[in-house]
Write a protein that binds this ligand. Structure first.
Ligand SMILES: Cc1cc2nc3c(=O)[nH]c(=O)nc-3n(C[C@H](O)[C@H](O)[C@H](O)COP(=O)(O)OP(=O)(O)OC[C@H]3O[C@@H](n4cnc5c(N)ncnc54)[C@H](O)[C@@H]3O)c2cc1C
Length: 556
């Protein structure tokens, strides 16, 4: 008879039986998986098979009478060299892996590194807006891990992390701590035992803040989100083509993400659209350099962007038709007549966050949500796990200043999922700049920890702020020249040049930088050559046609 238990309990029971002893977990038959990594099925009897439950997290497992073998990741060099498992291949995770690769190691100490990500692609998130403006193509900003890691010894493994079982908690016996750092449980059922763990799972959009946001608003945080928004805009552009009514887009939140989105979309839609940017505070970009804020305000006011400062979104719901305005009734009639799908009419109920404002109802075709982020870590924890990671109220894991997770000497954390305070006591911002610099330190501190050397405290160096405001506008406020802001086309070019410069010279690993920059240039060149070729072809085709016409006229 089958009993239903939680996967964590099943896994823990199994791991408990195996006692996590280093090396012993790896007896058995090995096989290679599709991504080239070695898997190994444990021969020991362990009765668990996945049930039909399709839950993303915390699905149930069944204990059955038949034998099932949880596959276990087999490290290429068995257990002879330290095993570093990096969870998440964003700025923090990928750059930590590359940093580890670039360091010089004593022979037997060079760690085996496995990088796990749910996606096959690294995503350069700051360039996601350029997908909407058509400035870049997907492969330019989202290269495959297999390409990026091709010449390194880092193993890439595509899977989704399901839960963590660190066993390095200070309260545990020394024997266990020296035996293994813990085990990661993947969604596929694979177990990865590690000596050192790096948490770099980033954060995702927080859509549970108001009713209706999860159903009707689109976030803009991942490559998939960017594709969805692009598709939605395309569909709206098709639907509204040749009509007198503008596409209506609401952007909720006027931090960097909201302002960059509002600027990019308003530029794309031009006179064919109106963007309503809703912000709780009176001022947009509250944490930005004043120069950047002014540049953004200038750009937004020169386009079809209506700022709605001092409002909170209370609820988002589907509109009950177009009866509220004459113009919309006309649109509906038109759609009925032409049998084109009517646009989704979404309603945002706004409440004043400031005195003197009235509640408002805003009707739009598309809502983009940029407020709040949610780290992935709380989802990976289970109540029966005695070694919970220390999380703050936002769900980020707390580290000491060497970026080691508090109470877990074998676990480091980087990037958006890590909570660390800067010199003024504020939490460091969730930016690529912070993640990249932390990756540099985590790589170094892993080297130090493995080689028994002192670890370095992380110090964030703010190099400035950059912002895209469409194809030809941008703003750059470098930290080393106080009060200076490059704006307009100069700011746009400055941003690109600084990004390339930073990626080439300041980042932790030249392999990726040079390759990534090269890829971008190659693609730009290829596009340019292709365009020139098409122009030439058109030209010679025209010439040929004219010649033929002349010949016909002359009766030849
Ligand atoms: C649109 C946009 C624009 C931005 N622009 C800028 C900018 O101009 N400048 C700047 O400094 N910062 C910018 N940021 C912020 C910056 O991108 C993030 O701070 C940075 O990516 C954080 O790096 P990370 O490694 O912590 O997380 P991420 O880069 O988000 O990487 C996390 C990785 O973990 C993987 N992952 C998540 N959950 C799982 C799981 N359960 N299993 C397996 N894999 C998982 C994801 O697939 C992802 O690859 C921007 C962010 C966005 C969304």
């Amino acid at each position: 008879m089958a009993h239903t238990i939680s996967p964590s309990a099943a896994t823990l029971a199994y791991l408990h039986r195996r006692k996590f002893t280093r090396g012993k977990l790896f007896t058995g038959r090995s096989c290679k998986n599709s991504s080239g990594s070695w898997l190994l099925s444990a021969r020991r009897r362990f009765y668990f098979v996945a049930s039909a439950t399709n839950e993303r997290y915390g699905g149930v497992m069944e204990i059955s009478e038949c034998e099932a073998r949880p596959p276990i990741y087999a490290w290429p060099d068995n257990n002879k060299r330290p095993r570093v498992c990096i969870l998440g291949g964003g700025f923090g995770g990928l750059y930590t892996a590359l940093r580890l690769e670039s360091l010089v190691w004593p022979d037997d100490k060079k760690p085996q590194v496995v990088l796990v990500d749910q996606s096959e692609h690294f995503v350069f998130k700051p360039l996601l807006y350029e997908l909407l403006s058509g400035e870049v193509e997907e492969w330019e900003i989202a290269p495959r891990f297999s390409d990026l890691l091709g010449n390194t010894s880092v193993q890439f493994f595509r899977d989704r992390v399901k839960c963590l079982y660190p066993s390095d908690h200070l309260g545990m016996s020394t024997a266990t701590v020296t035996g293994s750092g813990g085990v990661v449980h993947m969604e596929s059922g694979l177990l990865i035992e590690y000596d050192w763990l790096v948490l770099a799972l980033g954060a995702e959009a927080k859509l549970d803040l108001v009713p209706g946001a999860a159903e009707y608003a689109l976030p803009f945080s991942t490559l998939e989100d960017a594709h969805k928004v692009n598709e939605k805009l395309r569909a709206l552009e098709r639907t509204y083509f040749g009509k007198d009514y503008p596409i209506r887009v609401a952007v909720v939140g006027c931090g960097y993400s909201g302002v960059e989105l509002a600027a990019t979309i308003s530029e794309r839609l031009q006179d064919g659209g109106v963007v309503k940017a809703i912000n709780v505070g009176k001022e947009i970009l509250p944490n930005a350099a004043p120069g950047n804020r002014e540049s953004a305000l200038k750009v937004l006011s020169s386009r079809n962007v209506q700022l709605l400062p001092g409002y909170v979104v209370h609820r988002i719901r589907k509109g009950g038709g177009f009866e509220t305005s004459h113009e919309l009734t006309k649109v509906e009639a038109l759609y009925d007549a032409t049998e084109i799908c009517s646009p989704e009419n979404l309603v945002l109920e706004l409440q004043p966050a400031e005195r003197g404002l009235q509640s408002q109802i805003v009707e739009v075709d598309l809502v983009l949500w940029t407020v709040g982020t949610k780290p992935q870590l709380p989802l990976l924890e289970h109540n029966d796990n005695p070694n919970m990671l220390p999380l703050n109220a936002r769900g980020q894991v707390e580290t000491d200043e060497t970026l080691r997770v508090k109470g877990h000497p074998r676990v480091f954390a980087v990037g958006d999922s890590c909570a660390l305070r800067g010199k003024h006591g504020n939490l460091l911002p969730a930016t690529a700049q912070v993640a990249l610099q932390q990756a540099d330190f985590v790589g170094w501190n892993l080297w130090a920890a493995i080689n028994g050397r002192p670890l370095l405290p992380f110090r964030f160096q703010n190099v400035g702020e950059m912002m895209t405001l469409g194809r030809y506008d941008g703003a750059v406020s470098p930290s080393f020249l106080e009060g200076l802001t490059l704006e307009g086309p100069i700011g746009h070019s400055g941003r690109v040049i600084l990004a390339i410069f930073y990626r080439r010279n300041r980042g932790p690993q030249p392999i990726f930088h040079s390759r990534h920059v090269k890829l971008c240039f190659q693609s730009k060149m290829a596009k340019h050559i292709q365009q020139e070729k098409e122009e030439k072809d058109k030209h010679s085709f025209n010439k040929k046609c004219i010649k033929e016409e002349k010949a016909v006229k002359n009766g030849k």
